[in-house]
Design a protein around this ligand. Structure first.
Ligand code: 0X9
Ligand code: ZN
Length: 433
């Protein structure tokens, strides 16, 4: 008896402190018909919008409270009555692996942040001629490193550099975005001397910088604790509410389609460019000479989005940007049978503080070309094909289609660089009404 009491006193001390895994039994996926008004309504209720399309309407995650608010105002259709079941399904198909291999097998699973970094290091060691691994361009809120790979031909001198910037996974749960940027790292690194188009581009002075995981804290959190987590893990008033880094970039920050409420999924942060992750990315980007094109990879919906995200006004380069969007859409189709749509970001829904508006706006160093600045929403097309739970067996197909589309973008951007706008051009971008 005495022993029993003694042991029971110890129990609280020996329970392991693994983080609680968030459950979604009370949450649902619903849709409402597509219209501008309904879009505004869902944004004003700060719903977690998963997709917006003519076919599915506006698809959003709701809890009992937001569902009640929504159903009072508009007809609501339940698509997934218990989101926990959807998350459980994902656990079966998402394939997590911890073996570090520098061949094709890497792209058959989703990996941890630590393994991704180790893999990048191993890949750089395998291809020292072209790849250099930067373990950290800056650290995250929880002290993790943000790794980057730079890919460059041995003969390239600083004078002739034409840079391409590729980044993925600002949003934690969009795992295919991180897997695809890893595929691109592999493609351009191992492709030199093997894939003629890659060799030709690198030999012509193209330098590719790839940050595969822009939000390491959020990514790990979505792997271990909350599968539907989107933001960083920034703290506000000691609560780890997180910032939506794609609402935090300092170009037309807080100009719509972003929330000032820290508990919302599109929380813009307390000030423009305040998120540690955004600061690190901005600093590295501005060290990069002559960025011809920059792409921010997200999921899902199969979209190629061009500026602007925040305003309905057409950019000065609308015709050119629409043209490359169409070409990339065709490449996705012919290369991987993936059906993409090309449009302006704002046409999907308005949002401010996103990376591409900053790249195309005030992020361009004075006297340099504007970059082709795109968001790519990777597959699948809809929640019907898994949404954020996109099976790891798709990584290679998506990766190959994306590599071909990005090759097209690079070639096109080199042949048709966007103009250099001198100081005057800053005014419309900075002070747009
Ligand atoms: O909302 C975002 O940040 C992106 N979509 S996601 O579902 N991956 O979160 C879209 C950014 C592009 N901008 C606009 N559509 N305005
Ligand atoms: Zn996203």
């Amino acid at each position: 008896m005495k022993l029993y009491l003694w042991i029971s006193c110890l129990i609280p001390l020996v329970i392991p402190t693994t983080p609680a895994v968030r459950r979604f039994d009370q949450e649902q996926l619903v849709s409402i018909p597509y219209s501008k008004e309904n879009l505004q309504l869902s944004q004003s209720l700060n719903l977690d919008i998963w997709e917006v399309s003519r076919e599915q309407g506006i698809v959003a995650r709701v809890n009992p409270q937001t569902k009640r608010q929504l159903s009072h105002q508009v007809q609501t259709k339940v698509l997934l009555p218990n989101l926990q079941k959807f998350v459980d399904e994902g656990d079966k198909i998402l394939e997590l692996d911890d073996e570090i291999v520098t061949d094709d097998r890497w792209h058959t699973a989703y990996h941890s942040m630590q393994d991704i970094s180790a893999w990048m290091k191993a890949l750089a060691a395998k291809y020292p001629q072209v790849a250099s691994f930067n373990e950290s361009i800056g650290s995250t809120e929880e002290g993790r490193s943000i790794p980057m790979m730079t890919i460059k031909a041995p003969s390239t001198t600083n004078k002739e550099v034409k840079s391409i910037w590729l980044q993925g996974l600002q949003h934690a749960r969009e795992w295919i975005a991180g897997a695809t940027t890893q595929y691109l790292i592999d493609y351009f690194t191992s492709g030199y001397g093997r894939i003629p188009q890659v060799t030709a581009l690198l030999d012509a002075g193209v330098v590719i910088k790839i940050v595969p995981i822009c939000n390491p804290d959020g990514y790990e959190y979505s792997r271990t604790s909350d599968r539907m987590w989107r933001k960083t893990r920034a703290s506000v008033d000691n609560a780890k509410v997180g910032i939506d880094s794609n609402r935090n970039w300092p170009d037309h920050w807080n100009r719509g389609g972003a929330s000032s409420n820290p508990s919302d999924d599109t929380y813009m942060g307390p000030a423009p460019g305040s998120a540690k992750e955004v600061k690190a990315l901005m600093a590295e980007y501005q060290k990069t000479t002559n960025v011809y094109a920059a792409v921010d990879f997200h999921s899902y919906s199969q979209l190629i989005l061009r500026p602007f995200d925040w305003t309905d006004d057409l950019s000065r380069d609308e015709v050119t940007l629409a043209n490359i969007g169409k070409k990339m859409r065709d490449i996705y189709q012919s290369s991987s049978s993936l059906d993409f749509t090309s449009e302006r970001g704002v046409e999907l829904y308005p949002s401010s503080g996103g990376a591409p508006d900053w790249w195309y706006g005030i992020g361009t160093n004075p006297g340099q070309h504007k970059p082709y600045a795109l968001t790519i929403e990777l597959p699948p097309k809809s929640f019907l094909q898994g949404g954020f739970n996109y099976a790891a067996s798709n990584i290679k197909t998506v990766g190959k289609g994306t590599a071909d589309a990005v090759l097209e973008l690079i070639n096109y951007a080199l042949e048709n660089p966007l103009p250099i706008y001198f100081s005057l051009s800053l005014s419309p971008s900075l002070f747009h009404s």
